[in-house]
Each structure stands twice: as C-alpha cells, then as structure tokens.
Design a protein around this ligand. Structure first.
Ligand code: COA
Length: 329
C-alpha cells in the first residue's frame, strides 16, 4: 500500500538521536559460546561486533536514551509531544507498551503512545504511522525504533546468535509546508511466517513439550536472504516509480542493517556507490527496528547527510514485513 503526501503538510525530521548499550561483544567473544569464527561472520555478514544490553537494561531504557537526544536535537520538550510511536518486537513487558513506559519516563503523559510490531521493519512502519499523525494535524511526533534482540537469542545456535545486537534510534517529526517525508510504502506477507520467527507467545501458548519450545529466534537464513534481496529490489523500484524519480536522484541510501551483502545488492540496484550508503552493520550487527534510525542519526551527526538531500530508507523483517520511506531531509 502506498501512502503519499498529496496535501501541503509534510512530516519533516526535526531531530534524531540514538543510544547503544555499553557492552560490546566481538566475533571472537562469540567463540566462547559457539563454533564460529571472525572470518566466517565477517565474510557472510559484514558484522565485526554488536552491542548487548546489560542485565536489567530494557528496551525502554535504550529508547529513553535515544529519545532524549532526538528531542534535544529538535528543540522539542517532552510536554510538546502529541504522539510517541515505538517500533519494537522486544518490549520490556507484554503490556504496557514501550511507548507508554517511555512516555512516563519522559514526563510526556497525556499524549498518544503505542508500539508497532513489524519486526525489523518496525521503524519504517512507525515512521509511516507518525507521518499520518502529522498529516492529520499533530504538532510533534516522536518515532522510535528500539530493541533488545539479544534477549531472545539462543546463544548455542550459531546460525542466529552471531547476527543480532541491541540499540535504539529516534526521530522527532514536525509539520512543514515545504519538505519532509514524500512517501512511505509498507508491505507484508504473512505466508513467510516460519522462515523467521519466535514461536513463543501468549494466545498460541508456550508449549514446553514441543520441540524447539523455549528456543528463541528461529530462521532459515539463506531463504530469508533470497527473499529479502528480491523484495527490497521491488520496493525500491516501486518507490522510484511512484515519484517518477531517476535512481541517481537519491543522495543517500539508509538501509536496514541485517547483512552487508543484502545492503550491497540494494545499492547495486540503485547504481549507488557504497560511499553513498550508510553502513553500521559492521559495528552494530542487526538491531532490528533500531537499525535504520541509528544509521540515520549517525549519518546526520557526522555531517554526511545534509539538509535538502534526498534519502531513501528501507527495511525488511520477520512476517515478512518490508517497506521504504523517501524523504527530503
Ligand atoms: N559460523 C560458522 N559457520 C556457520 C555459522 C557461523 N556463525 N552459521 C552457519 N554456519 C555454517 C552452516 O552450518 C553451514 O554449514 P554446512 O554447510 O556444513 O551445513 C554453512 O555455514 C553455510 O550455512 P548457510 O546458512 O547456507 O550460510 P549463508 O551463506 O546463507 O549465510 C546467513 C548465513 C545467516 C549469514 C545468511 O543466510 C543471511 O544473512 N541471511 C539473511 C538473514 C537475515 O538477514 N535475517 C534477518 C532479516 S531482517
């Protein structure tokens, strides 16, 4: 489904922030748990290290760190927020939502607050929802991607535990009559459920007698890889076509950071040199919904991404879910 700004109000990114837990786990550190090597992980994924939340450090703690920085960069006080939307698949609790916990901690009580679960596409989905709030008349909207994916890893499964990390990224959206998010394209196909999932739940139950129960993230890696590349190609194409844009008009690609080879495939599709692609997967691993806003924040704070430039954000994740956001920063 495509959603574009036909009216005069755009959701502009007024400020960004990110937050990483202190503890770093290198590829060599992982060899203590599983039969793997730095060389294998780097060659197949591009990952060198990932950050891991400390004991007791929750998704809302990471979200709070990122949110404070984004609010400060935007010059917006928590009391001025009309909505808080958090993309996450690893909430502190089943409920209340991370967004509600974050709202209370920020002292923004009263505004709308809710989570969006679209796995690794969670931030792009949340951004799409936040944009609609702005188009509907909201003043300031805080959109966060925050995860503690390492909490649901099976550390004895080398095919998954080497891939993920923890972190949070945030943006503050404000209405603008000139520029901002031009469109978001959001998709899902629940038929792929069992290629990437965590089968432990509430109403579907936790069945200890079943094989694999208690095991956390389960993934058919090489199949996910193939669908991800194909699907991201399609959503990039859809976005360009929707705007009649030439691929060379994109200044920066800010992709979900799952695997460097998936990122390179999308960059190739856009005929984009890798120095125009924001890459953090080497240092962060796959932080699910947090990866896109953290990459965006890093690129903005380092001065690489400049006001007025055209940015293409994209993500792919469990569900499957996928999507893009095209914006003039
Ligand atoms: N260290 C060493 N060897 C490993 C390993 C690890 N961490 N993980 C898997 N292997 C082994 C496998 O056991 C297999 O060995 P075998 O040939 O003896 O059976 C071999 O490496 C190849 O495994 P395979 O799964 O085919 O590798 P791959 O090239 O597809 O790479 C992924 C695996 C997971 C890195 C890759 O498929 C991938 O990144 N997929 C996308 C995953 C993803 O992005 N998920 C999140 C989407 S949001």
């Amino acid at each position: 489904m495509a959603h574009s700004n036909a009216g005069r109000v755009y959701a502009r990114i007024a400020g960004t922030g990110s937050f990483l837990p202190e503890k770093v786990l290198s590829n060599d550190d992982l060899r203590q748990f599983v039969d793997t090597s730095d060389e294998w992980i780097r060659e197949r994924t591009g990952i060198r290290q990932r950050h891991v939340a400390a004991e007791g450090q929750t998704t809302s703690d990471l979200a709070y760190g990122a949110a404070l920085r984004a609010l400060e960069a935007a010059g917006v006080a928590p009391s001025e927020l009309d909505a808080i939307i958090v993309g996450t698949t690893t909430p502190d609790l089943i409920f209340p939502s991370v967004a509600c916990l974050l709202q209370h901690r920020l002292g923004a009580n009263g505004c709308a607050a809710f989570d969006v679960n679209a796995a690794c596409s969670g931030f792009v989905y949340a951004l799409g929802v936040g944009e609609k709030f702005i188009r509907g008349g909201a003043g300031n909207v805080l959109v966060v991607g925050a995860e503690t994916l390492t909490r649901m890893l099976d550390w004895s499964d080398r095919s998954t535990c080497v891939l993920f990390g923890d972190g949070a990224g945030a943006v503050v959206l404000k209405p603008d009559t000139e520029t901002g998010i031009l469109s978001t394209h959001l998709h899902a196909d629940g038929g792929f459920k069992e290629l990437l999932w965590n089968p432990v739940g509430v109403s579907a139950g936790f069945k200890p007698e079943e094989k694999n129960a208690g095991v956390r993230v389960l993934m058919a890696g090489s199949e996910v890889f193939k669908v991800a590349v194909k699907t991201l190609d399609a959503v990039v194409e859809e976005t360009l076509e929707h705007h009649g844009l030439d691929r060379h008009e994109i200044d920066w690609l800010i992709p979900h950071q799952a695997n460097l080879r998936i990122i390179q495939a999308t960059a190739k599709r856009l005929d984009m040199p890798m120095d125009r692609v924001v890459v953090t997967v080497d240092r962060h691993g796959n932080t699910s919904a947090a990866s896109v806003p953290m990459a965006l924040d890093e690129a903005i704070r380092s001065g690489r991404v400049q006001r007025g430039q055209m940015l293409l954000l994209e993500a792919f994740g469990g569900g499957f879910t996928w999507g893009s956001a095209l914006l003039r920063y």
